[in-house]
Design a protein around this ligand. Structure first.
Ligand SMILES: [Cu+2]
Length: 279
């Protein structure tokens, strides 16, 4: 395919370029679009030709035709062939859209430690089972991202961030998408499809970004009056930078928790615990 038609059609096709699943969705969309274009141009050309060639002339009597078996069988088979081709292409592409690949060499070592233990029909893992697993929590009106590295055995104390997810490049990142209140929708167009965050359920997807960069998105389902402000972004950085960021985030959260604990104790001492409980 030439460069020009691709860029001309880019306006109509889904965004891509961030993650392999987004690229496969994009190419599947364009293949379908090209087939549809060929059919459209063929039908319109036949129509235009017929209108010109057989246009009404004075006193001419139109030929009265009752069906054409060969033509009817032909276009039924033709349409079936197009349908079959699209179905085969879709199923051929589907596995590379749904199933995450392994991390590339140079990916984050965190992926091995942060990987989830089991796959299921919905939760796909890379062939080697190793991914960096991040929990995406939707709530009115902000996205929260919880990273591996819980400091306590019950899973508490894991580092987290709001609004911006930071990930290492060349690393397969699997996402567990949940909601704490109403239905939200996780969508970073350049990094793959939309995934709903439904209270009480888990939804799964993955992404793998080769180049450092910032990828923007937005909650894609109306979730309340603050929906328009529920933006999201993914910042991909080299693995070493990611490790440093994660360690710093952990330290900042621990510091904030310690300060809050201190403030609570101070407040309790000033007013007396009894007064706070029962004023
Ligand atoms: Cu929303």
């Amino acid at each position: 395919m030439g460069h020009l038609p691709t860029s001309a059609l880019a306006f109509f096709s889904p965004e891509s370029g961030g993650s392999p699943n987004a690229n496969h969705i994009h190419s599947l969309y364009e293949i379908t679009l090209y087939i549809a274009l060929v059919v459209f141009v063929g039908v319109e050309a036949a129509l235009g030709y017929t209108l010109l060639r057989f246009r009404a002339r004075k006193r001419a009597v139109a030929a009265q035709i009752r069906g054409n078996t060969r033509l009817e069988v032909g276009w039924t088979l033709g349409a079936s062939a197009v349908l079959l081709a699209l179905a085969v292409l879709t199923f051929a592409k589907l596995s590379s859209i749904q199933n995450p690949p392994n991390s590339s060499p140079g990916g984050s070592a965190q992926a091995a430690s942060g990987g989830v233990l089991y796959a299921s029909s919905e939760r796909k893992l890379p062939p080697n089972g190793k991914s960096l697993n991040i929990t995406v929590i939707g709530r009115q009106y902000i996205w929260q991202f919880v990273y591996p590295g819980a400091s306590e055995p019950d899973g508490l104390g894991a580092p987290y961030s709001y609004e911006q997810m930071v990930i290492p490049t060349n690393t397969t990142v699997t996402l567990d998408i949940v909601s704490e209140d109403v239905v939200h929708s996780w969508w970073i167009p350049q990094l793959g499809g939309k995934f709903q965050a439904v209270p009480g359920y888990h939804d799964y997807t993955w992404l793998k970004v080769a180049r450092p960069g910032l990828y923007r998105g937005q909650c894609a389902v109306l979730c309340g009056r603050g929906h328009a402000r529920m933006i999201a972004s993914v910042r991909a950085v080299p693995p070493a930078q990611f490790d440093a960021w994660l360690a710093n985030q952990k330290r900042l959260i621990a510091e904030a928790n310690a300060q809050a604990k201190l403030a609570r104790a101070k407040l309790g001492a000033q007013t007396g615990a009894g007064q706070v409980e029962n004023p």
